[in-house]
Design a protein around this ligand. Structure first.
Ligand SMILES: NC(=O)c1ccc[n+]([C@@H]2O[C@H](COP(=O)([O-])OP(=O)(O)OC[C@H]3O[C@@H](n4cnc5c(N)ncnc54)[C@H](OP(=O)(O)O)[C@@H]3O)[C@@H](O)[C@H]2O)c1
Length: 260
């Protein structure tokens, strides 16, 4: 059994890699940094007896993505699981972005996720699972977190359609919508700033990994890990849009992060 993971060197990607290796899956890892990929391979190999391949890729670059897919085809790798983790969560007022940063975030979150999924599904194993990391931030538009929120809504919408397109072929397609995950120091700080709401909505990466892998096994369309997030998910669907949006705008106007 073979698992492909993008964004493998990040907090959540590593947790997926570790959990899949522990379950006996061979791994194919990608991210930009060859050094971090190699270190991750060594760390996992020291603990688990699985084969680990990696290939660095700049996901914003079409040529780099094509090299990655060509390498996979040349090696004849076919994945039983495709886990789309890579994502950029830059958060600030739209007007404060540079044009390059706007493109960067959309390319990593949307364009690259679709292009990789397309390339990998063309050469898939017989019963492939496709798991994509969305976000609770995509459930409602979010002023001051607008690009991220819209990109995650795009992913949830796209992979919901794909779920139905591929059902007949035995391919399982799930999008997971986590709340906060304490991965990077700036995210840990951000969760603290959000007070009780942040605490109730956030979960360790390992929790999100277990819940989402279980969900894709069951071929769920959407997975929302945690009881509080499930409650928020339902509330955001039924609450009047204007009230939700002005609440979000007031709450997020002074928050910001840019780790990329
Ligand atoms: N942490 C949270 O609170 C939270 C909540 C909900 C959803 N999510 C989602 O979960 C996913 C992972 O988040 P995380 O917290 O683990 O973030 P992270 O630690 O910053 O990891 C991001 C990963 O994406 C890779 N990446 C970024 N830009 C790339 C590019 N241009 N080309 C190739 N790889 C790139 C990074 O590797 P390199 O830097 O080496 O390229 C890294 O492996 C993201 O999709 C995020 O939106 C996170």
């Amino acid at each position: 059994m073979f698992t492909f993971i993008s964004g493998a060197t990040g907090g959540l990607g590593k947790a997926y890699a570790e959990y899949c290796a522990k379950s006996g899956y061979d791994l194919f890892l990608t991210a930009r940094s060859e050094e971090r990929l190699s270190a991750l391979k060594d760390a996992i190999s020291a603990k688990y007896n699985v084969n680990i391949e990696y290939f660095p890729c700049q996901l914003t670059d079409d040529a780099s993505r094509k090299e990655l897919i060509a390498h996979i085809e040349e090696k004849g790798f076919k994945f039983d699981r495709i886990i789309n983790v890579a994502g950029v969560d830059t958060q600030k007022a739209f007007i404060n972005y540079t044009q390059e940063k706007v493109l960067f975030q959309i390319r990593v979150n949307c364009e690259a996720t679709l292009m990789l999924t397309h390339g990998l599904l063309k050469n898939r194993a017989e019963k492939t699972e496709v798991l994509t990391v969305g976000s609770m931030s995509g459930v409602s538009p979010m002023p001051y977190f607008a690009i991220y929120s819209a990109s995650k809504a795009f992913l949830a919408s796209f992979f919901t359609s794909l779920h139905y397109e591929l059902k007949k072929d035995g391919v399982k397609v799930t999008t997971v919508l986590p709340g906060g995950i304490p991965t990077r120091p700036d995210i840990i700080e951000e969760i603290k700033k959000q007070g009780l709401g942040g605490k109730l909505s956030s979960h360790p990466a390992e929790f999100v990994v277990k819940k989402s892998l279980k969900a894709v096994k069951k071929n769920k369309i959407i997975c929302v890990p945690g009881a509080f997030n499930k409650f928020l998910y339902c509330m955001m669907k039924i609450a009047p849009k204007r009230i939700v949006l002005s609440f979000i705008a007031k709450r997020w106007v002074n928050h910001g992060k840019d780790a990329f």
